[in-house]
Write a protein that binds this ligand. Sequence first.
Ligand SMILES: Cc1ncc(COP(=O)(O)O)c(C=O)c1O
Length: 394
Amino acid sequence: MHKHHSALGLAAALRPDAPVTLVRPHAAERAARFFTQKFPGRVLYAVKANPSPDLLRVLWDGGVTHYDVASIVEVRLVRATLPEATLCFMHPVKSEEAIAEAYMVHGVRTFSLDTREELDKIVRATEGAEDLTLCVRLRVSSDHSKLSLAAKFGADPREAAPLLVAARQVADALGICFHVGSQAMSPQAYSNAMERVRTAIVEAGVTVDVVDVGGGFPSTYPGMEPPPLEAYFRTIHEAFESLPVSYSAELWCEPGRALSAEYASLLVRVERRRGDELYINDGAYGALFDAAHIGWRFPVSLVREGGSEAKPIDFSFYGPTCDDMDHMAGPFPLPADIAAGDYIEIGMLGAYGCAMRTKFNGFGSEETVEMNDEPMASLYAPMPAKVPARVVKL
Ligand SMILES: Cc1ncc(COP(=O)(O)O)c(C=O)c1O
């Protein structure tokens, strides 16, 4: 992989005519160390957020030894990339073939489920294995999150108790898991969900060995600046400590976004300007799926030698394909004199950006360059020292 010091140096030297993914391994490793040192339990990386083998190795170096995989392709990928990793198959609806291969071939012992049918499938596919950790997924609210995950999966309070009792009978270790939705903007999302966990445990009257609070840990984007992650960890720790679980019970989490968002950004070129609309060379079918389809905002900055003195104004983007849908409303504030031929860096695309890319219409590029500068925003970088405005410097 090529290396470079800055997006500006890269744009000036190469004038790339296809989008370039800029990766910052040091930022992902810093995020991994933050989580593995500060989260009061075990950290599983949710591979779906960004399955790049390079990133998987960086997170491993940062201390992440457990991986939340959701498909058999993710199981095979992580097993091939990190032979020593522990894999947990946390999709509540799996094919029997996938469960069997995961258990028999790849050594997966942890599975999630939210129905009796899935429990029966796991028992059949593992031929009645006695070394399983089974995590029953509860449905919890996504009220505090920017992306809901409340509709598709999770046992309702009524269903949870009988399912926990049934799972307890076949599991070596019994877990409860949930997902509060992605980009949870308040720690309260987790304390509310933990109340659901408490009710389920009390109603089922079972011993629980694992409480897995899932993903949802936020990153930082324009208009979405969350409280510090330590506040989330404190809330989760306090809630866990007060649950009626065994003394040796483990606390787990499955961050995807929070571990990968700062890993990658994108260098794109403006191919045309029409008023306040910029036609750029990546879009809805590339790494900007979320910007197009759910109106997610990402930080942007002009990459031009000498910069620009012009005032910023709000732009929207069109991507390179022929579709009207290939449109990102933004707003993306950029200098008013931006023109065709200019480059833009779009930040915080390491989570659910690179992973969503397609080659539709013949566009999209795998070109990747490693950078050693800081990402455009960070929850983990040390803050630059602030000089109070009225301090006179001599
Ligand atoms: C089971 C599970 N765990 C973890 C995650 C990662 O979530 P996030 O990226 O919000 O941390 C997801 C995302 O869909 C998920 O479905």
